[in-house]
Design a protein around this ligand. Structure first.
Ligand SMILES: *[C@@H]1O[C@H](CO)[C@@H](O)[C@H](O)[C@H]1NC(C)=O
Ligand SMILES: *[C@@H]1O[C@H](CO)[C@@H](O)[C@H](O)[C@H]1NC(C)=O
Length: 481
């Protein structure tokens, strides 16, 4: 036993006594006694020897177990050392050849043809998984309706077929991220084993841009190295994801992809859609390249929540890039700046100061039947709408309207639409909270990304009234075919 003294770490912890081996140690012992109260009962635990080396892998193919041990050195009056005498870790050998007999099957098969159960009868044995303890060697007698438990399985036997856990000393243990069985070490959000989430930063934001037209809108860049990515929203809009090569992973090119799992940037993206309506994207990461999260707007955006964890060193460039992109000056300002949870908003550009507006010149006279007919027949949409909101920008005005009644439409209209007028001073102007009869055109940008309802200058926009309603219905019959 004396041979098991620690060889390298020869230090005396205060108040620990150790067996003397030389005059030097005797002096140390004396010193320890003097310091710790002479003749008191020996207290505290003994000391461990350093760990021995890891054993060879228990299996010759597939997953197995390797073990190392240490011993406790103590005086008779000392307590046992705290901790385990053995440590087990996973080891991985090359895959087993197809058709190789699994470890547990092999252990059952050892009893084939041998008399057991105190009689001369022999049986063929195969593993039985219906018994309570999976780390017992429970084997079923082939062709009979009983099983027998032959004690524990050998260390390193999988707890059940295909399971990640292994049996050790009759207990089913799973490995921590340090590879040790029974260890509770887990990867932190940054992917560090046993870390404290401190090598990465949590980005959590809400993209609240209302969206002025149907089409693709940038929500955020998800930089390379991101982990635990999640995005969700509740609306009929669709999240879209683009890879670093500019190709869509899902919901690209105006086509809605089925829910499911998609491979992108070296990770699996799980896309779910509920009838709620609700959509989520999740990926464990880490991503091997940048991803661009977009939304395909079909209705005003009620808010898209997204979050991910980013390695610290990538956070600065991410912030800078988001600001430089500004998510395009073409994207309109949010109708209202809502408080952003946690971090400062980056996806929403600051409001550009609006220059003092010059007074609007008077609008041309657009009364008369000919004007009504011209616009009714030449429009893609004629509908009754309530004006809910108005945003004036340098070159255009955007009205948010609730569609009440449709007289004519060349493509579907939604309950809430944006209608654009090509000037800061639209003609005729629409007043808030009033109902109008509007004739609008559909305008699709050459690259197909913008789809707007346009109210042409000096177009048809009249306050709704029963008389105007019947005039419009009449106009419908006079359009040239
Ligand atoms: C890391 O963050 C996750 C999620 O916020 C949390 O559940 C976990 O407890 C954190 N881990 C540590 C070590 O703080
Ligand atoms: C969206 O982001 C991509 C990539 O950063 C950029 O090339 C594109 O111009 C952006 N689109 C809009 C509409 O801002």
């Amino acid at each position: 036993m004396g041979k098991l003294r620690p060889e390298k770490e020869e230090h005396l912890a205060p108040c620990h006594t150790r067996r003397p081996r030389s005059l030097w140690n005797l002096l140390l012992l004396l010193w320890t006694f003097l310091n710790c109260g002479l003749g008191g009962n020996a207290q505290g635990p003994g000391e461990w020897t350093p760990w021995g080396s890891w054993s060879r892998c228990s299996s010759s193919c597939g997953r197995g177990l390797s073990v190392r041990s240490r011993r406790c050195i103590r005086f008779p009056r000392e307590e046992l050392c705290w901790g385990d005498t053995h440590e087990y870790r996973l080891c991985q050998q090359p895959d087993c050849p197809p058709g190789a007999m699994p470890f547990r099957d092999l252990q059952c098969a050892l009893y084939n043809g041998h008399p057991v159960l105190g009689t001369q009868k022999t049986y063929q044995w195969v593993p039985f998984y219906g018994a309570p303890n999976h780390c017992d060697l429970n084997c079923l007698a082939v062709g009979h309706d009983f099983y027998h438990s032959f004690g524990r399985v050998l260390d390193g036997t999988p707890c059940s077929p295909g399971a990640q856990d292994l049996c050790v000393a009759g207990r089913c243990l799973s490995a921590g991220c340090d590879g040790l069985l029974g260890s509770d070490a887990r990867e932190d959000r940054c992917g560090r084993c046993g870390g404290a989430n401190d090598s990465c930063l949590f980005v959590q934001r809400v993209f609240r841009d209302a969206g002025a037209f149907a089409g693709y809108w940038n929500v955020t860049l998800i930089p390379e190295g991101a982990r635990h990515i999640r995005a969700a929203h509740r609306s009929r809009n669709h999240l879209a994801l683009m890879g670093g090569d500019g190709r869509y992973v899902l919901n690209g090119n105006w086509a809605v992809s089925p829910a499911g799992t998609y491979e992108a940037a070296g990770t699996r993206v799980v896309y779910t859609r509920a009838t709620g309506p609700e959509e989520t994207l999740r990926a464990a990461g880490p991503t091997s390249q940048d991803l661009l999260l977009q939304v395909l707007l079909q209705e005003p955006n009620p808010g898209i929540e997204f979050e991910f964890w980013l390695p610290r060193e990538r956070y600065g460039p991410f912030q800078a890039q988001a600001q430089v992109l500004g998510w395009s000056p073409r994207q309109p300002q949010p109708r209202e700046v809502e408080p952003q949870p946690l971090e400062s908003p980056t996806v929403i550009p600051p409001r550009t100061p609006i220059p003092t507006p010059e007074p609007c010149p008077p609008c041309p006279d657009t009364r008369g039947r000919a004007h009504r007919l011209l616009h009714y027949c030449g429009s893609d949409f004629v509908f009754r709408a309530r004006v809910l909101g108005r945003v004036r920008q340098a070159q255009e005005t955007r009205y948010e309207v609730r569609v009440q009644l449709i007289y004519k439409n060349r493509s579907p209209l939604r309950a809430l639409e944006y209608v654009w007028a090509p000037s800061r001073c639209p003609c005729p102007p629409l007043a808030l909270h009033r109902d109008y009869l509007l004739a609008a055109r559909r305008l699709i940008s050459p690259d197909g990304t913008q789809d707007r309802l346009l109210l042409p200058h000096a177009g048809y926009a009249r306050l709704w009234s029963p008389a105007e309603d019947s005039r419009v219905r009449l106009a419908a019959r006079h359009c040239p075919l």
